[in-house]
Design a binder for this molecule. Structure first.
Ligand SMILES: CC(C)(COP(=O)(O)OP(=O)(O)OC[C@H]1O[C@@H](n2cnc3c(N)ncnc32)[C@H](O)[C@@H]1OP(=O)(O)O)[C@@H](O)C(=O)NCCC(=O)NCCS
Length: 243
């Protein structure tokens, strides 16, 4: 029986540790296009993250809508070029539910809300290269992240980054918009947007929330047009139960 969509003004956040990269039971939940994309990841960690996020997305939506997971249809049209690599949306069956996906390290997070554009981002709190890519920060953010009051610059940078990427995923712009053109509150302050200085200003007011994330990770959620009350769910248990 279908559980129905999340209540308006709420958001379900499903955390899931990455499953086995080629789990046949999870692959059976995917569509043909997703299975082809899964096969293109040479790195097993990339295959695992992609497969886990897609399987959880399908199982949660299947539970909400009462449609078998493999029968759901998605589209991901790029806002820049019209190619099939933009923000994913549910097309079939049509339903006013939005979702957003992110993976980092061994964790995947998928967020769901009704009638509200959302974006979610998770990042492991670790340096990727030798230095922090501070050019992604707006001048005021850069000054804070490198200032004397910050004990852990990497953690501060990742906090900024997750908030900005969540916003850009909610609008569907992704990194085609320079994150440095967005200013958010400092890492020790409640998450909020301060300035949006690029051409794609969202029509609906963006609201930001830091999410409770696994140890060693930071995550943020953006909702356009309204603040969202978050509930947390165990995607690992869903995968074990749902397949
Ligand atoms: C979306 C984006 C910010 C994700 O960055 P990331 O930190 O590497 O990855 P995350 O794990 O946080 O998120 C990946 C997920 O975001 C989603 N996504 C992809 N494009 C998106 C967009 N434009 N808006 C919102 N979500 C998007 C997908 O679900 C993707 O998961 P999948 O690869 O399993 O399908 C980045 O890949 C991006 O900006 N891509 C688009 C760049 C662009 O528009 N280029 C122009 C091409 S013409």
């Amino acid at each position: 029986m279908a559980t129905g969509l999340p209540a308006e003004g709420t958001c379900q956040v499903w955390w899931t540790p990455a499953a086995r990269p080629d789990d046949p039971a999870l692959l059976a939940l995917l569509g043909a296009g997703e299975r082809r994309r899964h096969a293109t990841f040479g790195d097993p960690r990339g295959r695992a993250a992609y497969l886990t996020a897609r399987a959880v997305t399908r199982l949660v939506l299947a539970g909400m809508l009462g449609t078998p997971a493999p029968e759901l249809g998605f589209e991901a049209v790029c806002r820049q070029c019209g190619g099939p690599h933009g923000k994913p949306v549910l097309r079939s069956p049509p339903a006013p539910v939005e979702f957003s996906v992110s993976h980092s390290g061994r964790w995947c997070v998928v967020a769901f809300a009704a009638r509200t554009e959302i974006g979610v981002d998770v990042e492991r709190i670790a340096l990727r290269g030798d230095t922090l890519p501070l050019r992604a920060l707006a001048p005021a953010e850069r000054a804070t992240a490198t200032g004397p009051g910050v004990r852990d610059r990497t953690a501060a940078f990742i906090r900024y980054w997750t908030r900005k990427e969540a916003l850009l995923k909610a609008t569907g712009d992704g990194l085609s918009v320079d994150p440095a053109t967005i200013t958010v509150t400092g890492p020790d302050q409640p998450a909020a947007l301060l300035r949006w200085d690029n051409t794609s200003t969202p029509a609906d007011t963006p609201h930001l929330t830091d999410l409770v994330a696994p140890t060693g990770y930071a995550a943020a959620l953006a909702g356009l047009g309204r603040p969202l009350v978050v509930s947390y769910h165990d995607g690992g248990a869903l995968l074990r139960k749902g397949i």
